[in-house]
Design a protein around this ligand. Structure first.
Ligand code: CTP
Ligand code: MN
Ligand code: MN
Ligand code: MN
Length: 366
């Protein structure tokens, strides 16, 4: 059973930022199950315990081949008793009874449905579930439910924005965003980040990062781009967040905290190639788009932070803190030993500061 020429599995690092994880997942049957367990905990507000399952799934995603026996998990990092029991059950019966139970659970199904709406998080989902609401129809006709602007847009465009965005649609959007950005500032550039930069074929949105060569351009450029989308009649929703960035801020310890860059969360009309929609007269679909505009000197940190995956980012920060005594977030890297901020022009510079081998964006699907 053991292959002496294979790299020993114990060589795998417990840190996602020291593993190369492509989109080519050979253990989907196991990772899907583990991620249902993680998601169920997250929907119940148990972020801490859910991480164990997220980490176990991530380790399996980085393997070069499918697991063949439970014993092969023996020397893998981050695989606890609980995760191994799930894997064992899948080996034996083809599925996990606990996972099946969750997938059929009314609370899980309802919470997942509600939190699939743009602007609805686990807290809102839970409050609706606890009021006995089980469907969108019930939520929308419940007098005590007050939707905010984001949730209203989320329901209004639900059908479109719950459909995955393709790579082709992402490229079409890039041309639209680029055109708008360049019309405001010809020396600014636009790059795709997020899941599409990691090589995903589909996404729930399209993430763009804007590079402006002049200091102080970050806020003006986004508001001007939003105005342009409005005048083109393609803006369906916009939530602009002004920069609260400060050069002297130390990196945050809180992973969930939003970064301080100028950014906006949008819903944009994207023209269809041909009118495939049954409803006559609609030649567009609604798509979720995120734009972020960091100051030039922090571009590399912002790009690294917005490329993801979430677990990759989480482990980069954990590695920096625990293994290197440095604090990392989307803005900067701070060396606690020398009390200095470490400048970086490229992502490669940041990995080098951390004494990490460079991991390409398409290898960050942890
Ligand atoms: N991100 C962030 N701050 C935000 C929003 C997003 O740092 N306010 C980061 C996330 O941590 C993630 C990346 O930006 O690493 C992309 O986020 P998101 O679009 O939610 O996920 P994707 O990986 O792009 O996956 P999907 O295809 O579902 O969009
Ligand atoms: Mn492979
Ligand atoms: Mn995304
Ligand atoms: Mn996004």
């Amino acid at each position: 059973r053991t292959n002496p020429s294979a790299k020993p599995e114990s060589a795998l690092s417990p840190y996602a930022c020291q593993r190369r994880t492509t989109m080519d997942n050979h253990n989907k049957i196991f990772t899907d199950a583990l991620e249902v367990l993680a998601e169920n905990l997250e929907l119940g507000g148990n972020q801490g315990p859910s991480l164990a399952f997220r980490r176990a799934a991530s380790v399996l995603k980085s393997l070069p081949a499918a697991l063949r026996h439970l014993q092969e998990t023996q020397h893998l990092p981050c695989l606890g008793e609980h995760s191994r029991a799930i894997i064992e059950e899948i080996f034996e019966y083809g599925s996990s009874s606990r996972v099946e139970e969750i997938l059929n659970d009314e609370r899980y199904r309802t919470m997942k449905l509600f939190s699939s709406v743009f602007g609805v998080g686990p807290k809102t989902s839970e409050s609706w579930f606890c009021r006995g609401l089980r469907s969108f129809e019930q939520v929308l006709s419940e007098p005590s439910v007050r939707l905010n602007r984001m949730q209203t847009a989320g329901f209004l465009f639900y059908e479109d924005i719950s459909k995955p965005v393709s790579r082709t649609e992402a490229s079409a959007l890039k041309i639209i965003v680029e055109e708008a950005v360049i019309s405001v500032n010809p020396s600014a550039t636009v790059s795709i980040t997020g899941g599409f930069r990691r090589g995903k074929e589909f996404g729930h949105d399209v993430d763009f990062i804007i590079k402006t060569p002049e200091a102080g351009q970050e806020d003006v450029i986004l508001t001007a781009v939003i105005e342009r989308f409005k005048s083109q009649n393609i803006l369906l929703y916009s939530d602009f967040q002004e920069s609260t960035f400060d050069l002297r801020q130390l990196p945050t310890h809180c992973f969930e905290a939003m970064d301080h860059y100028s950014k906006c969360f949008l819903i944009i009309k994207l023209k269809r190639e041909q009118e495939t929609d049954a409803r006559a007269g609609r030649d567009w679909r609604a798509v979720r788009v995120d734009l972020v505009a960091p100051p030039l000197e922090r571009f590399a940190y912002a790009l690294l932070g917005w490329t993801g995956s979430t677990l990759f980012e989480r482990d980069l920060r954990r590695f920096a803190r625990l293994e290197r005594g440095k604090l990392l977030d989307n803005h900067t890297l701070y060396d606690k030993a020398t009390n200095t901020f470490l400048p970086a022009n490229t992502e490669e510079d940041i990995f080098a500061h951390l004494g990490l081998e460079y991991i390409e964006p398409w290898q960050r699907n942890a």
